[in-house]
Design a protein around this ligand. Sequence first.
Ligand code: UTP
Length: 288
Amino acid sequence: MPTKTIRKAVIPAAGLGTRFLPATKAVPKELLPIVDTPTIQYIVAEAVAAGVRDVILVCARGKESIVDHFDLAGELEAHLERTGKLELKQQMRDIARMAHIVTVRQQEPLGLGHAVLCAKDVVGDEPFVVMLGDDVIDAPIPGAKQLADCFGRHGLGTIALMEVPREDTHLYGIAAGSAVDDRTIRIDALVEKPRKDPPSNLAVIGRYVLPPSIFEILERVRPGVGGEIQLTDALAILAREEGLLGYRFQGERYDAGDRFGYLKANIMYALKRPELAGPLRAFLSGIK
Ligand code: UTP
């Protein structure tokens, strides 16, 4: 019987991050901090909390520093030890021990679908979760775990959905289908950024638990908008051929790939820090 356990996460991180220029000219967008922690570290922590052991980073030229972040930093640790900052030293070590990180290269930015396909050989014949670093999910049960649990219950690929205002549907992939339970639908329509007549107000968010059959589908998908291989096109085929669920996850999602979303994430995560919450609230309420 095929496994229903999710042990591998694919994190596509080969995009150019043009919405964040000039910051992303030399620094990968995935390393931009939310408070003091790179966005990608929140994503890897979420993966680990969902039971993932192997994290497959899809990288590109110039993104090597993402991998360095998850490596041991001997000199830094020695310095922290010498200066008595033992807690910080342990934190640095814990980052390097979070997960087994594997990298694959996407040589050209040919789209999200293509980025996922680059991980095919490392994922092999088992279900896995795709996690976009742009979407930071703050939830009591980690977003990827909510999806992995839904996948475990039903044995079908499961993607995260979020209700958005009707007037914003043109900004997202939109899914519709028949209700399975109060949070789950079986998807029968999936439209990328509908200009008119959206089939619902349920937007696709950057977490997808997928069966390995998605790779064979991605191999046959033709390049779509902008010559890119779109994950959405492959998901629509998966929905038709095997079935695909959409799960309305519980929690807050921030689009950290967008400047306003990034600022909101910084404020909300800072408000969770006891040492920052009071001064930040006072500062914000004092702004004229
Ligand atoms: P985005 O389009 O949001 O990311 O793709 P981007 O291209 O980096 O950002 P902008 O729009 O230019 O600011 C969603 C995710 O897919 C990855 C990106 O790294 C991002 O995490 N991606 C996208 C790839 O890995 N390869 C691609 O060819 C395209």
